[in-house]
Design a protein around this ligand. Structure first.
Ligand code: ZN
Length: 321
């Protein structure tokens, strides 16, 4: 066992610091929802597809708009109740994506995708989480305007947390897609892969959607076998993270590798390979001699990898076979 590398202070995991009180029990109260939206303290995040609109002010960038401000930006779609902040309503307002793109030319606004806003730290983690909630919800509404059962136009109810079909009475609820993201480990080595979408030099955990009828553990084993040809035994849950691209829940795990011969699925991955602990530490510290690196701290992959490198108490000591 090599000594634990010193990786410095532990960074925050992105999108997990939601400071809003969701007040789910109040969503059914139409009068309460209307009063919240009409109150002076009501504020909204403005989301146009993948783009988030931030307001430039004397203090920097402000992601919160009054309803009047948000509605003056572009043609609007749904308005979603996100929760309460000190009793005031916080909402997400959907903007027309093309019109939002055009807002990039305005000097009083900063319009960018959420990944860039997160990585560049343009807003604090509390806002980041609320924007993630708004973005995922608005994405769901944009794709569920018609009843999946009978095809009729559905109507939004409960502050945006349900859509009802007036024709067949079906009730449709917003979904989140579970994704397993895992680090297969064998003693002093771990398995990382590269997607063709990644920036040059970046390696990360393997990941994939959980299929219907499958447990988290089974999904971890299936995805690792499919993508890299590696069989896994024990699976240990680490942490989870909402991932609004477009509406996923990342379920972070460590897995015990039982085989070592790689068979990379080149349709899924550009490459996959084993890394030893020292090399991974250099990648986390951005000091790798070949410029290889891991995803930034906003992503759960960074934390899954770091926990293993630091031999954190939360990571079981899988024996190498
Ligand atoms: Zn219907």
């Amino acid at each position: 066992m090599s000594p634990r590398p010193d990786l410095g202070p532990k960074p925050a995991l992105g999108y997990t610091a939601n400071v809003l009180e969701r007040a789910a029990e109040r969503r059914v109260d139409d009068a309460f929802m209307a009063a919240l939206a009409a109150a002076g303290g009501a504020r909204a995040y403005a989301v146009g597809g993948e783009l988030i609109v931030l307001k430039k002010d004397a203090n920097g960038l402000d992601p919160l708009f009054t309803f009047a401000e948000a509605r003056s930006l572009a043609t609007t779609a749904e308005t979603i109740f996100l929760g309460l902040a000190d009793g005031a309503g916080r909402f997400g307002i959907g903007l027309d994506p093309k019109a939002t793109e055009a807002l990039k030319g305005r000097s009083d606004l900063h319009v960018s995708d959420l990944r860039s806003i997160a990585v560049q730290g343009l807003t604090d983690n509390g806002h980041l989480s609320a924007i993630a909630e708004a973005k995922a919800m608005l994405h769901w509404h944009a794709r569920h305007r018609f009843c999946a059962n009978c095809g009729q136009v559905t109507r939004i109810v409960h502050g945006g947390w349900r859509r009802d079909c007036p024709a067949c009475a079906a009730e449709h609820f917003p979904r989140t897609d579970p994704v397993v993201i895992m680090l297969a480990v064998a003693g002093e080595r771990c398995l990382l892969g590269r997607s063709r979408r990644f920036v040059p030099g970046m390696w990360s955990c393997l990941a994939g959607f959980v299929e219907p009828g499958e447990s988290i553990e089974q999904a971890v084993r299936r995805e690792t076998l499919e993508e890299a040809g590696i069989a896994c035994g024990r699976v240990s849950y680490f942490a989870s993270q909402p991932w609004p691209f477009p509406m996923s829940l990342m379920i972070g795990c460590h897995a015990e590798a039982l085989s070592f011969e790689l068979a990379v699925d080149r349709a899924e991955l550009e490459d996959a390979r084993w890394f030893d602990r020292e090399e991974i530490a250099l990648m986390l510290l951005r000091r790798h001699p070949d410029g290889l690196g891991t995803p930034p701290p906003v992503a759960i992959a960074h934390h899954i990898i770091r926990a293993w490198v630091e031999d954190a108490a939360s990571v079981p000591r899988f024996r190498s076979s």
